[in-house]
Design a protein around this ligand. Structure first.
Ligand SMILES: Nc1nc2c(c(=O)[nH]1)N[C@H]1C(S)=C(S)[C@@H](COP(=O)(O)OP(=O)(O)OC[C@H]3O[C@@H](n4cnc5c(=O)[nH]c(N)nc54)[C@H](O)[C@@H]3O)O[C@H]1N2
Ligand SMILES: Nc1nc2c(c(=O)[nH]1)N[C@H]1C(S)=C(S)[C@@H](COP(=O)(O)OP(=O)(O)OC[C@H]3O[C@@H](n4cnc5c(=O)[nH]c(N)nc54)[C@H](O)[C@@H]3O)O[C@H]1N2
Ligand code: SF4
Ligand SMILES: [Mo]
Length: 688
């Protein structure tokens, strides 16, 4: 028997924990602790514990599949790649779109980005960050000049006051939750605001329950209270920021008196007062946020408001402070860094910037040039164009995304995808999306590849190959490169290893410029920006100045607006959606993990007992949940943990898919959908 441990990083969340994969006779059979990572020090959450279980699941895709007469037929790689290359060449650049993936490595995202812009020559490339932290990228770039988490995970343990808003940290980033507890044990205060009394709420010193969609009002109210009491950091505001007057004019309006904010949000005035005082008076105070802030039609305003309160209180550029936007997927930070977005190349170099465009065109050397220097469509725009303007987009290449469960308003998505003439999906399992494809390509999973991924704290860490791919599955970058070569661009895609790709990334990306596999292989790896080979990396951003050319932080006055769809007589409740600790998004991996699936085998809708009484609904009773977009049957979970008037559904479960119900109204700047608030009605199911 041959046994070995292979050190790698977790394929689930953006915390970026390291563990060992246990390999017996060439097969991954378990997960064992790796103690030297400063992030998780050998600990993992349930998803990390069982991260081996889906790897050798019999459902893994093992050969390319081509749809013939409506049925998938096994094909050779040659056949599949020939067909794809022939088809891709038939379309004009603007008729094609690519979706990259926050699940795969930096190298694989870079290759997909180069493929989209260099081979397909299309402007249309995006990925699931659109559904996730697009508001953060836009909001923090506007306020600070850089759209990333400002401090590090370890730094959270140094904070004196933590305000968690719109993040269920203990379920969704459990090993960051551990840092929150370490700070608490050292005497820090924890303030938590969420419409649900989550496991995170249970640890809070102050818990504020509120109606989804009132964040700007809450933050403006807190800022009014801080300014009224003179608790703002006057030095910081004077020396490091601009446009404070504009902010002040807005937040001092009577609309944001604590009494009025209490009416909008449902939080008692006394709690808001305590929150403002604890927060402003702490020696250092950080904010942790995630989807509760970003997934709104006012997502960018929400993020700007978080940035505003941190500039107002001088809580930036120092330990224990910061705007900690907790990025979700394992490599969503990296996918953004690699330019898998419709507006930037790697390292946020703008596509419309002539110098940047020329830099990439020259570095890549495509004899027939690259995409136009114009911004492309976001995922959400792609779906709207496909559904509403048939014939404009015709061909799509999706790697590692499952929009048929994860995008808002699934009937709309289905209509959109069915309007495609040619769809290629590259995944590790057959999914609701790949079912609609013309060609399905079998990829390798994290346990079968070398590469790097970038966690929420901008830490770039290694994946290490632990076993061979099942059947004929291939590395994502290899597959994309094979298509490129078949289309006549072998020279631009001639890498022999992930490391060679990384070295190309480092050359064209200043913030990754000083990184290489030797430096990244150390237990603590490196935080970007790391511009030179001697640079130690940057755990805390904006220490001396912000990333804008003038070095100043920019205040924005934001006024509160209600969600796009609010309750009315027909749909009297607010629906909000999210996750649970056991499952991952569309469930392709966690629902194939027997230990995780056993914990939570299906979905539910949380209903407050008072609302349930009015509806005549019992706990565990199957009910019909209905919105303007559709209806699903789902078991009721009657619980005081959810605020009266609000209902919650996790979106992991295809048999009661929350996204049949959600609204695809978008933030005008970030184009992120409003997953966190729409209007819903619940009905008892009449017995036949
Ligand atoms: N177990 C598990 N962990 C995950 C994931 C997973 O699928 N499963 N996904 C990962 C990904 S990609 C992401 S992006 C993160 C997401 O991490 P989180 O954002 O922490 O997760 P969510 O459950 O989407 O939403 C967080 C909270 O927002 C609250 N909320 C609802 N409406 C509002 C509102 O209007 N305002 C505010 N402030 N809060 C509101 C919800 O009640 C919920 O408790 O998790 C990552 N971690
Ligand atoms: N209602 C509602 N909807 C939401 C959200 C919400 O809060 N509420 N949250 C949104 C957010 S924040 C996010 S991030 C999205 C996530 O949306 P998606 O990214 O669509 O969800 P995943 O299930 O993570 O899908 C990733 C796919 O990648 C595949 N995969 C995994 N590893 C690999 C690999 O190595 N190679 C390849 N080729 N494929 C691989 C998986 O099998 C899966 O099919 O969902 C969004 N949808
Ligand atoms: S906290 Fe996130 S990175 Fe760490 S083990 Fe859990 S899912 Fe993996
Ligand atoms: Mo996400």
């Amino acid at each position: 028997m041959d046994m070995k441990y292979v050190q790698t990083t977790c394929p689930y969340c953006g915390t970026g924990c390291t563990f060992n994969l246990v390999v017996r006779d060439g097969k991954v059979i378990g997960v064992a602790p790796y103690h030297r990572s400063p992030v998780n020090e050998g600990k993992v959450c349930p998803k990390g514990t069982y991260a081996h279980e889906f790897v050798n699941h019999p459902d893994r895709l093992t050969t390319p599949l081509i749809k013939k007469d409506g049925k998938f037929v096994e094909a050779s790689w040659d056949e599949a790649i020939d067909l794809i290359a022939k088809k891709f060449k038939q379309y004009k650049p603007d008729e094609c779109a690519c979706l990259s993936s926050a699940r795969v490595s930096n190298e694989e995202n870079y290759v997909m980005m180069k493929f989209a812009r260099g081979v397909m020559k299309t402007r249309h490339i995006d990925h699931c960050a659109r559904l996730c932290h697009a508001s953060t990228v836009a909001g923090l770039a506007a306020t600070f000049g850089s759209g990333a988490m400002t401090n590090s995970i370890l730094d959270i343990a140094e904070s004196k006051c933590m305000f968690i808003l719109g993040s269920n940290t203990f379920e969704q980033h459990p090993l960051i939750g551990r840092k929150v507890m370490q700070a608490k044990m050292k005497g820090a205060k924890l303030i938590y605001a969420d419409p649900r009394y989550t496991p995170t709420a249970k640890q809070a010193d102050l818990y504020m329950q509120f109606r989804s969609g009132s964040d700007v009002a809450i933050l403006n109210g807190l800022m009014q209270e801080i300014i009224k009491n003179g608790w703002e950091d006057k030095e910081f505001v004077k020396n490091r920021t601009k446009d404070f007057d504009k902010l002040k004019e807005e937040v001092m309006k009577p609309d944001y008196s604590l009494e009025n904010v209490s009416k909008i949000s449902g939080i008692p005035v006394a709690q808001l007062k305590t929150c403002a005082e604890w927060f402003a008076k702490a020696e250092s105070a950080c904010i942790l946020y995630s989807m509760g802030i970003t997934q709104h039609t006012v997502g960018v305003d929400n993020v700007k408001s978080v940035a505003n309160i941190q500039m107002l209180t001088g809580n930036l550029g120092k330990p224990g402070a910061g705007v900690n936007a907790l990025r979700g997927q394992n490599n969503v930070q990296g996918a953004c860094d690699m330019g898998a977005l419709p507006v930037v190349f790697t390292g946020y170099q703008k596509v419309i910037d002539e110098a940047a465009h020329k830099k990439f065109a020259d570095a890549w050397g495509f004899p027939d040039g690259i995409c136009e220097p114009k911004n492309g469509y976001e995922v959400t725009t792609m779906m709207d164009v496909l559904a509403d303007k048939p014939g404009e987009l015709k061909c799509m290449y999706i790697m590692g995304e499952n929009p048929m469960i994860s995008d808002p308003d699934l009937h709309h998505v289905e209509k959109a995808i069915k309007n495609l003439e040619f769809l290629v999906v590259q995944d590790i399992f057959m999914t609701e999306t790949s079912e609609l494809a013309d060609v399905v390509l079998p990829a390798t999973c994290y346990a079968e590849k070398d590469g790097t991924q970038t966690s929420t704290e901008r830490r770039v860490q290694m994946w290490r190959k632990a076993q061979d791919a099942p059947g004929q599955a291939k590395l994502d970058w290899e597959i994309t490169s094979m298509i490129a070569a078949k289309m006549g661009y072998g020279k631009q895609f001639a890498w022999k290893s992930a490391e060679e790709i990384f070295n190309e990334i480092a050359k064209v990306t200043p913030s990754y410029g000083g990184m290489n596999y030797t430096r990244l292989g150390r237990p603590e790896a490196l935080h970007w920006p790391c511009p030179t080979a001697e640079h130690p990396g940057t755990p805390i951003l904006h220490k001396e100045k912000f990333a804008h050319p003038d070095g100043l932080g920019q205040f924005f006055a934001c006024s509160w607006k209600p969600p796009a769809e609010v309750p009315d007589a027909e749909y009297p409740y607010i629906l909000t959606t999210g996750r649970c600790i056991w499952h991952w998004h569309t469930g392709t991996m966690t629902r194939r993990s027997k230990d995780l699936e056993a914990e939570e085998p299906t979905g539910w809708i949380e209903i407050n007992p008072e609302d349930a009484k009015v509806l005549g609904v019992q706990n565990k009773e199957m009910v019909k949940a209905i919105t303007r977009r559709g209806e699903v049957k789902v078991p009721a979970r009657v619980t005081k943990d959810i605020m009266k008037g609000v209902m919650f559904m996790p979106f992991h479960f295809k048999e009661c898919a929350a996204n049949v119900l959600t609204n695809n109204a978008l933030d005008p700047i970030a184009k992120i959908p409003e997953f966190k608030a729409c209007a819903i009605r619940v009905e008892k199911i009449k017995e036949a």
